[in-house]
Write a protein that binds this ligand. Structure first.
Ligand code: UD2
Length: 324
């Protein structure tokens, strides 16, 4: 087993009941004092590790934030409204959570002199002209969500250079894995759900668009590396460096579920990005982070975890790493 890279610290995970946050808490809780700040709108109490303290509250609430940050050494900021569509419908409201709350958090972290690792996004790049996309590529978001993440990402850099705060922004590509649920959960969980229900798999557009799918356990490892690196004040891509088309993905899901469900095409999504793939060289050389979980293995594992109860399961449901 690897040595835990972060131990004996007081740690806050905002959004720690959510998808990425709850996996991060699972990795941290055995070795650290962990607090979770989450308002449980999309997160779930049952996903919070038993050894973590859940503070039910909103990241936009300065009092809740102050309480959660008191005496903290490291903050992982995962709380966000992750729906791009919602940000298009409600730019100001989503800005309050995704940006204003992040700024409040950075201020609070300054008071505590805490390290802050922030969840940024590949959305900062918009529709890249070339892939793989490196951290120095043009940033031209195509949604309010992308603008909000870009501003957060830039504030992190500015707080490092201006105030000496130790910050790291992690630009997540397409994250997938257990506990990704709800209407904005992404194409892998949508396809799995359809395949397992024996329904047609709905490919939007021609299916030749590509993404860099990274498993949530790899994203957790990137966060742990960011918590201890001395290369702070920087943004890093968190992806695998490989790209997979939506059609290939549909086939992989079909074989993981062992179904002959048909693939049907729907109109393309408005404003959809054509190709996205991370240049992972900066994270590799400076964070010593490299994604390990192969997409097929990750999907196979996910298919087994989410299969109907009578199907054989490879692993129990909580926190174990079954693929690497
Ligand atoms: C991802 C992020 C989003 C934001 C964005 C930035 C996820 C879940 N979302 O959006 O938060 O960072 O990147 O660019 O990671 N598709 C189908 N059929 C379906 C569902 C989706 O064909 O039933 C297609 C969809 O049209 C798109 C691709 O699959 O071309 C990926 O869609 P997504 O919603 O999983 O993620 P994306 O890249 O739009």
């Amino acid at each position: 087993m690897e040595t835990p890279p972060l131990a004996d610290r007081t740690v806050l995970v905002t959004g720690g009941a959510g998808f990425v946050g709850s996996h991060l808490v699972d990795a941290l809780a055995p070795h650290n004092e962990v607090r979770v700040l989450d308002n449980l709108t999309t997160g779930s109490r049952s996903h919070v590790h038993d050894d973590a303290r859940l503070i039910e509250g909103n990241v936009r609430d300065p009092i809740a934030l102050q309480r959660a940050c008191d005496g903290v050494d490291v903050v992982f900021h995962e709380a966000a409204v992750v729906s791009v569509t919602r940000s298009v419908d409600r730019p100001r409201e989503t800005n309050r959570t995704n940006l204003e709350a992040s700024l409040l958090l950075l201020e609070q972290a300054r008071q505590e002199d805490a390290r802050v690792v922030l969840a940024s996004s590949a959305a900062v790049y918009g529709d890249p002209t070339d892939v793989p996309v490196s951290e120095t590529a043009r940033t031209e978001p195509t949604s309010p969500y992308g603008v909000q993440k870009l501003a957060l990402d830039q504030y992190a850099r500015v707080y490092a250079s201006l105030y000496g705060l130790e910050t790291v922004a992690l630009r997540y590509f397409n994250v997938y894995g257990p506990r990704q649920q709800g209407p904005y959960s992404g194409v892998i969980s949508a396809f799995l759900e359809q395949a397992q229900a024996g329904e047609p798999i709905t490919v939007e557009g021609d299916g030749e668009q590509t993404r860099d799918f990274v498993h949530v356990e790899d994203v957790v490892r990137a966060n742990l590396a960011a918590a201890t690196t001395d290369r702070t004040g920087e943004a890093y891509n968190v992806g695998t460096g490989s790209q997979t088309s939506v059609l290939e993905l549909a086939e992989t899901v079909k074989s993981a579920v062992d179904t002959d469900a048909p693939i049907v095409h729907r109109p393309p999504r408005q404003g959809d990005i054509r190709h996205s793939r991370a240049d992972v060289s900066k994270a590799r050389s400076r964070l010593e982070f490299e994604a390990r979980i192969d997409l097929e293995a990750g999907i196979q594992d996910l298919a087994e975890r989410t299969a109907a109860p009578e199907r054989p399961r490879k692993a129990t449901d909580r926190g174990e790493r079954t693929t690497s």
